[in-house]
Design a protein. Structure first.
Length: 561
């Protein structure tokens, strides 16, 4: 035991019940986030308005929200916009919009209008300190003659003037007003231009458009698209120029807008994906044209993948042109060790002593159960190299170490049992948007070797598949349909490959496609080859974070890879 730990022990230092080094969610992380933030090279790039990186991309728990919260504490003019605070759920409740959406009308122009309006208004309100109707009236009075000779800019200001009554109010009320206007125009269009269809007394219930004949659907689509495409997006787009050249022309004043929590249930998916796609386009436009404004989005990788999948046009969709905007959050063991070091020292200094202590001094010398494995190596290999994983695993160790001055092998193993199950369930929650049955699929690997060949899974999967498909409570998701489609196929290799690709994508397993290659892991940003996996050479390794919950024998192998 080191002299530091001995000194701490003499001062009655022990870990106490309810000790922790922070919360899973940065919103509730409070003082730990404020005082123990670790910048792994991303913060300064994000603050740099000359940098085009504006989409903070990472998996659950990678530190996206923490990064935006830290930015907000450092910069003077940061506007936080939360999707749930914009009343966007109001859009999904409008039966007329849903009717046209089901009929195939593309609402992209409308979505652009919403985001452009919200950003423009929030920036102007922040710049001119508009918090009341009187402030709003004074603002328009000051600028009304400034653009008399510039018709595009005058039109843009006129657009804002027409919304003067609600201009100073919350963005939520502005969104509702714009939505009501579009709804009214669509309904009027249906009554005037398509009176025969309107005479059918369509009640705009879900699926109402399916009651139309093919000819009627074509007419609804054509006229509805005309209405959407003629929204005042042209006038509003001129606002961007007004902001850059006239209203936000003080280049010494930097403005930031941050948008987070896009993965939460702020609107139904049929609207959400289109809104996020339009958000990305609008952000790109604002950041490119207004030099002292930077809008930053934080989004999960799996959600972004679904956005591009569901908004892809028939002619294809080039996601590649957006990749230059991505800031991929990645952590290594050294960075995570620094993060835990800071948090542990903050806990100890605030509650026990002013002495500094290194993380390694709290851990045992080795973990004997796995051939004297270095304890910190053992610890971090059971995370997916994300701050949340490391914090939660350490918190479980604190629970197990109550009354002790440092962790023991038994402490860590006891904590790992709880942590491992929580991590698997959290992984299932993270990917529920694509794979509702992921947790059940993961249990296929229960009591497997920690490392096995493609053929091992092929030889053992059929019973698990049949048991899953015949379960009374099975939900018909992508996994269900995949297994149902492939189970009776004579080509069982194709089923095994698809299962492995799902397990790899979510991070449960790493895959070594060829004898000469290394193991690939999705959480490190690595991709599997698009070619078929070779059943003769492919080796699979279950991530150590899930060994305990899946009853995997540590370092057990089915043959050598």
């Amino acid at each position: 035991m080191s002299n530091q730990v001995q000194s701490m022990s003499k001062k009655k230092f022990v870990f106490r019940k309810y000790d922790n080094i922070g919360a899973a969610d940065a919103i509730h992380d409070g003082k730990f986030l404020e005082d123990s933030f670790v910048d792994n090279g991303t913060l300064e790039v994000l603050r740099n308005q000359d940098s085009h990186l504006c989409i903070v991309l990472g998996r659950t728990g990678s530190g996206k929200t923490a990064l935006l919260e830290k930015l907000g504490s450092l910069e003077e003019r940061v506007i936080k916009i939360s999707p749930e605070g914009l009343a966007l759920t109001y859009i999904s409740t409008k039966a007329v919009l849903r009717f046209y959406l089901e009929a195939g009308v593309n609402l992209e122009s409308f979505y652009h209008l919403l985001w452009t309006h919200v950003f423009a208004v929030e920036l102007i309100k922040n710049r001119y300190d508009i918090t009341s109707e009187q402030d709003s009236n004074n603002f328009f009075s000051r600028i009304k003659h400034h653009f008399d000779r510039d018709k595009p800019k005058r039109d843009a200001i006129e657009y804002l003037r027409n919304h003067g009554e609600s201009f100073w109010k919350d963005s939520e009320q502005q969104v509702e007003e714009i939505t009501r206007t579009l709804e009214k125009n669509l309904l009027t269009n249906l009554e005037i231009k398509l009176p025969v269809i309107f005479g059918l007394n369509i009640m705009f219930n879900p699926g109402g458009s399916q009651k139309l004949t093919e000819e009627q659907k074509i007419e609804v689509l054509r006229h509805g698209q005309d209405v959407v495409n003629t929204v005042q997006i042209k006038k509003l787009s001129n606002i961007i120029e007004v902001l850059e050249t006239d209203l936000l022309d003080d280049k010494q004043k930097k403005y930031y807008i941050t948008i987070d929590r896009l993965d939460e249930n702020w609107i139904h998916d049929e609207f959400r994906y289109g809104l996020i796609k339009a958000l990305i386009d609008t952000v790109s436009t604002f950041n490119r044209k207004i030099k002292n404004v930077k809008i930053i989005i934080a989004i999960r990788e799996d959600l972004l993948e679904r956005v591009f999948r569901y908004t892809r046009s028939p002619s294809g969709y080039q996601e590649e042109k957006y990749r230059s905007l991505y800031m991929n959050l990645r952590w290594n063991e050294a960075e995570l060790e620094e993060l835990l070091d800071r948090r542990v020292n903050q806990l100890i200094k605030e509650q026990y002593t002013n002495q500094s202590v290194k993380l390694a001094e709290i851990f045992p010398d080795n973990i004997n159960s796995v051939n004297k494995y270095p304890p910190l190596k053992y610890f971090f290999q059971r995370t997916l190299l994300r701050p949340r994983d490391a914090i939660l695993f350490f918190n479980e160790c604190l629970v197990a170490a109550e009354g002790k001055v440092k962790f023991t092998q038994a402490t860590i193993l006891q904590a790992e049992l709880v942590y491992s199950e929580h991590r698997l369930r959290a992984l299932a929650d993270e990917w529920a948007g694509d794979y509702i049955n992921f947790f059940e699929l993961a249990l296929f690997l229960k009591k497997y070797p920690s490392q096995f060949r493609f053929t091992y899974l092929r030889d053992n999967i059929e019973d698990d598949v049949l048991k899953f498909l015949t379960s009374r409570d099975v939900i018909q998701d992508r996994i269900y349909h995949l297994l149902m489609e492939k189970v009776d196929s004579p080509d069982l290799d194709s089923l095994v490959e698809e299962v492995l690709r799902i397990l790899f994508r979510v991070g449960l397993v790493g895959i070594k496609p060829e004898t000469s290659s290394n193991f690939l892991w999705s959480y490190l940003g690595q991709k599997l080859p698009t070619t078929n996996l070779d059943s003769g050479t492919t080796v699979v390794r279950i991530h150590p974070a899930f060994w305990r919950v899946l009853a995997i024998v540590p370092e057990s192998k089915e043959g050598k890879g």
